[in-house]
Design a protein around this ligand. Sequence first.
Ligand code: ADP
Length: 201
Amino acid sequence: MSFILGLTGGIGSGKSAASQWFESQNIVVVDADIVAREIVMIGQPALAQIQQAFGDWVLLENGELNRRALREHIFADPSARKTLENITHPAIRSSIIQQLAKAQSDYVILVSPLLFESKQYQLTHRTLLIDASEELQIERASQRDGQNIEQIKSIIQAQMPRIEKQKLADDIVLNDGHLDHLYEKLKTLHQKYLALSKKQS
Ligand code: ADP
């Protein structure tokens, strides 16, 4: 099995920017957010299970998942949320495991905003936190998404506090400068991960 790096960070910290840099070095990146969308696509077993558990209203006319309706339904109902997670989490996990196993690169990265919260870190050998101050997170995420500052703040509030992630991560990159500065720091870590992956194989 190849060496698996877990990559995480709060919203706007620079996870995607870091992932893209690793991809430019021919490292395969499995994105947990993308997997979460894939497993509820038309024809996937998890979508049928969600329909069975909640009813036909969870589907749009074209058969796709009505994400907004489902989100609103589970928002204030912890037991409905649990029902949904009992369907989606195992499906996400097994798809991530499959994609990591078939990846062909010197090592492989699992990027997830909820790496620590969801215990996905248990699938990895080492973790890297892309870290940034809350001010920078808000500035970058609002420029990227056009979301308002209150929405971004509430997402930050719902995520594991930065300090907790710092305690759990094996490596931390503070992304507080130019992108070139981030890439320089990643270059050093990339060499370290190549060495670790060689040692393991
Ligand atoms: P995340 O995936 O963690 O939510 P992104 O990688 O998408 O964050 O970064 C958020 C935004 O900030 C993106 O538009 C990205 O290009 C930009 N960004 C990230 N790091 C830097 C940096 N060091 N300097 C300037 N812009 C950055």
